[in-house]
Write a protein that binds this ligand. Structure first.
Ligand SMILES: Nc1ncnc2c1ncn2[C@@H]1O[C@H](COP(=O)(O)OP(=O)(O)O)[C@@H](O)[C@H]1O
Ligand SMILES: [Mg+2]
Length: 604
């Protein structure tokens, strides 16, 4: 039952994708049909020429054709004006050329429109899928679904689906013409066909697994190159060039051997199926010749019959390939359907806009990532409105997870406690509104491969350079940027490699400051800057904080000592809660960390 609804959904998906391109494909199918018809006509003209124009057999042509011939003077006239027959062949050839041209044009229009629709739809969906979905799925895999799977589907629609009409027309018409000329010979010609088709089908199934293996290994090879490019520093620093080269060589040699194997298989198939086809033609030619002598088959019929027989072989061979390609398209549809059936983020009906200037309250929050052990256990605390809350805790204690939950990047399941802002449970809140009002600097800031000013000003479309500079000044970034030759127009390299860790963090802080949100969160955002800059940024930030509710996460006591309240998180539980002065003397985790860090000479 589930399978049935699934395949119905997939069919609907393909139809939805075809919305803008259906008409183009319809025209291209009609053109393909016309071209196949033209193919079918030429042998008829030649047959008539041989039998009725050159020879003097009784003509048995359709009535309209006979009338036309009578009109221009009958077969006698045609005999003295053979050019007319040649012109008829030319006219048919022109029809074929025109229909092939229109097939190509409309097929390309259709398939490009189809690909565009698919890309747009998928990207649109991916943009709205929950953060947790993105964390669960590998980027490379998603990209592959949006590129090569789309390509497979495009090829299926533009080549297989349109091709199947052409093949059907050629098969049916060839057989009809052949039957009308000689039923017995047609039977003899058709008998080996299922054999050729089965052979082609079984071959294409085998070669498909070989192709898949090639694809898989191409992926491995490019992953290796990509890893070496991004990890170039590690490779150089540890002198791993030789090992990496050897690894690459082995993979590359294997990959090449796979393609050579495919080429061998293909050559074997084409030569053996050519042989089979040749054998079938041999039978038809030989038996046909015997029939000419014994049963009085006319020369024209014989020539036309052999032409149609030749046209039969190609579709039969193609049919095997198509059936095997269809299952390949099936896999791609599955993979695309997986993205389309994933549930996008959505709010409960009538979402509420909470009072973002109110207290932020975590009450008995317990949380575990999917299929993982519990990360947070019974966490309760309040970040008071307009105050600064510090969160201290070792790596992996769940600090970032707390902030992901607050920003609704992960949903807190019912019954696992509540998180509220200004008294509103965030489960009921308008997610977009909530996120717009929480400025967050993530632990690992991500910078786009754009200019510094674009990276800072990404939060709003109407931001001025002056706003950007002001934010950068407060994040202690302006001086650094002004030293670059192109200032704020400096392009940040791929993944921001031209900036140091601390500079990236400061860019992310400046980005947040441009937002002027009532809630600000700094998740370990000053870890990569020295203590002096840390203090400088904090002082500048305090000016910005104004009435905002601020949460600062850090493992450095100096960063937190000025907070109005500090909580200490230990293995997902609140271990301590108080002000710096209280915790410093409480003899707990905080005071131990305080002592060890002040021992290092850090100014507190
Ligand atoms: N998406 C995830 N899926 C599964 N486990 C995760 C995920 N993100 C973080 N974790 C785990 O949750 C724990 C807490 O992580 P985190 O909140 O980032 O800690 P902190 O910020 O305190 O260093 C870690 O053990 C980490 O491995
Ligand atoms: Mg963290």
């Amino acid at each position: 039952m589930k399978d049935k609804t699934q395949s119905k959904e997939k069919r609907r998906l393909v139809f939805d994708f075809l919305k803008g391109s259906k008409l183009f494909f319809a025209v291209s199918i009609l053109s393909a049909a016309l071209s196949a018809l033209a193919d079918m006509l030429t042998p008829q003209i030649i047959r008539t020429t041989i039998d009725n124009v050159i020879g003097s057999e009784e003509a048995s042509l359709p009535a309209p054709v006979m009338r036309l011939i009578e009109k221009i003077g009958g077969f006698g006239y045609l005999k003295t004006h053979m050019i007319i027959m040649a012109l008829a062949v030319l006219a048919v050839a022109l029809i074929k050329v025109a229909s092939q041209y229109s097939f190509r044009v409309y097929n390309t229009k259709g398939s490009e429109t189809l690909v565009k629709t698919m890309r747009d739809t998928l990207f649109h969906r991916i943009e709205r899928l929950p953060f947790s979905w993105h964390m669960k799925n590998k980027t490379g895999d998603i990209i592959q679904r949006c590129t090569s799977d789309i390509d497979t589907l495009r090829n299926f629609v533009s080549e297989q689906m349109t091709g199947i009409f052409r093949i059907a027309i050629m098969l049916v018409l060839s057989i009809i013409f052949m039957l009308s000329m000689d039923p017995l010979l047609t039977l003899i010609a058709i008998i080996p066909m299922p054999l050729i088709m089965l052979y082609s089908l079984s071959f294409h199934k085998t070669v498909r697994t070989q192709f898949e293996k090639c694809d898989e290994n191409e992926g491995k090879l490019s992953a290796m190159v990509q890893e070496n490019l991004t990890g170039v520093r590690v490779v150089r620093a540890f002198g791993r060039e030789k090992t990496e080269l050897d690894r690459f060589n082995t993979q590359n040699t294997y990959y090449t051997s796979l393609w050579v194997r495919v080429a061998h298989s293909l050559s074997r198939f084409w030569s053996s199926s050519d042989f089979l086809a040749g054998f079938q033609i041999l039978i038809v030619v030989a038996v046909g010749a015997v029939f000419c002598v014994k049963r009085g088959t006319t020369a024209g019929d014989y020539v036309a019959f052999i032409s149609y027989n030749g046209m039969l072989i190609w579709p039969v061979r193609m049919l095997g390939r198509m059936i095997s390609e269809m299952s390949k398209a099936g896999v791609s549809i599955d993979r695309i359907h997986y993205i389309m059936k994933s549930e996008p983020e959505h709010d409960l009906p009538d979402p509420v806009k909470p009072d973002m200037t109110g207290d932020i309250r975590f009450e008995h929050v317990t949380f575990a990532y999917e299929n993982c052990p519990e990360i947070l256990t019974d966490v309760s605390f309040t970040a008071e409105s307009g105050k600064t809350l510090g969160i201290l805790g070792g790596t992996g204690s769940g600090k970032s997870t707390l902030m992901f939950l607050l920003d609704k990047l992960y949903d807190l399941p019912e019954g696992n406690g509540t998180i509220s802002i200004g008294g509103t449970d965030i489960r009921l809140a308008d997610t977009r509104y909530l996120r717009e009002n929480i400025g967050m600097v993530l632990q690992e800031p991500y910078l786009f491969s754009r200019t510094i000013s674009e990276n800072i000003g990404i939060t709003s479309e109407h931001i001025t350079l002056e706003d950007i500079r002001e934010a950068a000044r407060d994040a202690c970034l302006d001086d650094t940027v002004m030293q670059f030759a192109q200032g704020y127009e400096t392009k940040v390299g791929e993944r921001g490699v031209t900036l140091s860790g601390g500079q990236k963090q400061r860019t992310a802080i400046a980005r947040m400051l441009t937002q002027k949100t009532p809630v600000m969160i700094l998740d370990d955002s000053l870890s990569a800057v020295d203590t002096e800059t840390d203090a400088k940024i904090r002082r500048a930030l305090e000016k910005h904080f104004g009435g905002a509710t601020v949460i600062i996460i850090s493992h450095r006591i100096t960063t937190l000592s000025h907070c109005d309240r500090i909580i200490v998180l230990d293995k997902g539980r609140i271990a301590e809660n108080g002000t710096h002065d209280e915790l410093k003397c409480a003899g707990g985790l905080y005071s131990r960390i305080y002592e060890s860090q002040s021992g290092l000479g850090e100014e507190v």
